[in-house]
Design a protein. Structure first.
Length: 393
């Protein structure tokens, strides 16, 4: 497996380097499609919004439309799908209470790929310990759930006591101080959707403690401490792609869970941010795009003028008493169409970039004496963050 992971990583590195001008950019800063290929420009210009959305959500259509432009990208090997074991028996209804449908499906899928072992389990970034509670019941193993929010620890501990399960909680901020004695060599450490810095810290501490087994489903790769991604493995250090947080955000742009209302709010957000940028450029004479911080979706149910006032305050800018909204929203529509087409191309590189990041972690574990595999543990519709790292020392 070690040789295969190395080859796969080198191949991904080469492809991502080769095409980096197509994914390592900020679409909001572009007034036009930035690539010189006239055939690609013509193709993108000819796509209507409906077809654009269809292509964005279909790997088959992506290949059909874009493989002539990016042949090396579409010959990358696919990620292995984890082989299903025999279906596990249904859980008692009371154990599933209070767990969202999609979360429950993810927990079921992870249990389906649980290694045969009776090692005590440490659940990292546990929340209320839903995963740990189900593991304790299903596999009759003691579980220690680690979570930094006291209320969630209390809620989880109360549920474990109620159902008489061997699950205890440790309330700790793992980013500020190591867990120390709670991590043991004879232990199985698991995290389902631990964000960026949290899953990096988990791997570092697990390696240091020599934990025998490890399973990780990473997510939110952009939530890291530094401004740039710090590769973990020797090979990734050699092939360093110099990834900013904006580059890492590309990975998590794939959404399958958003309803129609959320999609509409997202589209409004893009439009208003661009309209404000047009207004700001007119008022200041500065054409280069200036980013704004994230803001709650409720802002985009109100009025554009209210949003523009908030945005202007972020940039210490005084707005005129009257704003011609229609002019700026129309200009923003043209820019939004360009942004959509640039994003369509960038999105082709989401999965390869995510796999590059996951393989960096896998190679790091391999360097420290672990046998490791990467697989898709569930369908993309259950969660787009469906890569599972399974490691044994």
């Amino acid at each position: 497996m070690s040789n295969i992971l190395t080859q796969q990583f080198q191949q991904l590195s080469n492809v991502l380097q080769q095409y980096r001008q197509y994914w390592q950019l900020l679409p909001f800063t572009c007034d036009a499609v930035p690539w010189p290929d006239s055939e690609l420009q013509q193709l993108l210009a000819g796509l209507d919004d409906g077809l654009l959305r269809q292509i964005d959500q279909s790997s088959t259509l992506q290949k059909q439309y874009f493989s002539p432009f990016f042949p090396a990208l579409f010959t990358l090997p696919a990620v292995a799908v984890a082989a299903d074991s025999d279906p596990l028996p249904a859980l008692p209804f009371w154990l599933e209470n209070g767990i969202g449908g999609r979360k429950l499906q993810q927990i079921y899928a992870l249990c389906q790929h649980w290694p045969h072992s009776k090692l005590p389990v440490l659940e990292w970034c546990a929340g209320k310990g839903h995963l740990g509670r189900i593991l304790a019941h299903r596999f009759a193993v003691p579980v220690t759930s680690v979570e930094w929010q006291p209320q969630l620890c209390e809620d989880g501990a109360a549920l474990a006591e109620k159902y008489q399960l061997p699950q205890q909680f440790i309330c700790a901020d793992v980013l500020s101080s190591p867990l120390g004695a709670a991590l043991q060599p004879q232990q199985h450490i698991v995290a389902l959707h631990a964000c960026g810095q949290l899953h990096i810290t988990m791997l570092q501490q697990a390696v240091q403690a020599g934990c025998q087994q490890l399973q990780l489903v990473p997510c939110c790769y952009h939530l890291i401490a530094q401004t740039q991604y710090q590769p973990m493995s020797d090979l990734a250090l050699q092939h360093n792609l110099l990834l900013s947080k904006d580059d890492l955000k590309l990975v998590v742009q794939g959404q399958v869970t958003a309803g129609e209302r959320v999609e509409k709010l997202r589209a409004t957000e893009v439009l208003w941010r661009l309209a404000y940028d047009e207004l700001r450029a007119d008022l200041t004479g500065q054409q280069h795009y200036r980013p704004l911080s994230s803001v709650g979706k409720q802002w985009f149910s109100g009025s554009f003028t209210a949003f523009a006032c908030w945005a202007a305050a972020q940039h210490q800018l005084q707005l005129p008493a009257v704003i011609d909204e229609d002019v700026y929203l129309l200009r923003a529509q043209h820019r939004a169409a360009t942004v959509q087409r640039i994003e369509l191309i960038r999105h082709l590189f989401r999965r390869p970039l995510e796999l590059w990041l996951a393989l960096d972690k896998a190679l790091y574990l391999q360097q420290h004496g672990y046998q490791i595999s990467i697989s898709e543990f569930c369908n993309y519709q259950v969660t787009p963050r469906n890569l599972l790292l399974t490691a044994t020392r």
